[in-house]
Design a protein around this ligand. Structure first.
Ligand code: PRP
Ligand code: URA
Length: 209
């Protein structure tokens, strides 16, 4: 595994990940867990953000502090990335969220773009693509291609579970993109599902399928 791939070893992430995977976890609890793990992965993936000094007034005195200086764009891949982007904008309300609609064709497993809400100018310092599942890697590679064509320079991918094949595909296509995950699983099955994985992340969040 290259030095651009970061798999969380945090006990809270691993504890919540096991609950997320369980087929006893119903959609309401599943969405809550996606949200909590996304915030923890976001925390780990943003330790290199730039800060700018600022002064606030406490009830007692002025106090020197900091604010995040980087302008951050969060790009959820629809549908399953939605739960992650909502969690991130709650913890850092200054981020901009731009939706990207990609789905995998069930026959070919190739990504199909159906929605793109990127603004005309890439007026941000850091783009975070969020999608719980990195399976064949096709969707993530396509999302990075779109962002690079748009002009984004610093890009990270934040996911929950990846297959070794997906990590390989994304690192080979885009070696400059850091990948932050909660787990890399055993393999991808013949239908393109990560094993053991958690099933279909979109269906499990939204009660479909
Ligand atoms: C899932 C998932 C990723 C993609 C990963 O989305 O959320 O976007 O598959 O697979 P890949 O790495 O092989 O491209 P899906 O196509 O099921 O769409 P949905 O989120 O709308 O259900
Ligand atoms: N998309 C999912 O939601 N789950 C997988 O295992 C693979 C792709």
């Amino acid at each position: 595994m290259g030095d651009q791939v970061f798999v969380s070893t945090h006990p809270l992430v691993q504890h919540k990940l096991a609950l997320l995977r369980s087929n006893l976890t119903e959609p309401k609890k599943f969405r809550e867990l996606v949200r909590e793990i996304a915030q923890l992965i976001f925390y780990e993936a943003t330790e290199d953000l730039s800060l700018a000094p600022l002064t606030v007034q406490t009830p007692l005195a002025p106090c020197e502090g900091f604010e995040v200086a980087d302008r951050i764009g969060v790009i959820p891949i629809l549908r399953a990335g939605l739960g992650m982007s909502e969690a991130i904008i709650d913890i850092l309300p200054t981020v901009h969220v731009w939706h990207l609609g990609l789905y995998r064709d069930h026959e070919t497993l190739q990504p199909v773009t159906y929605y793109n809400k990127l603004p005309s100018e890439p007026n941000i310092d850091l783009s975070l693509i969020v999608d719980p599942m990195l399976a064949t890697g096709g969707s993530a590679v396509a999302a990075v291609d779109i962002l690079k064509q748009w002009g984004a320079r610093r890009i990270k991918f934040l996911g929950l579970i990846a297959s070794p094949e997906g990590v390989q595909a994304l690192t080979a296509a885009h070696p400059d993109v850091d990948i932050h995950l909660a787990a890399i699983d055993r393999f991808l099955n013949e239908r393109g599902y990560i094993v053991p994985g958690l099933g279909d992340a979109g269906d499990r969040q939204f009660g479909t399928g």
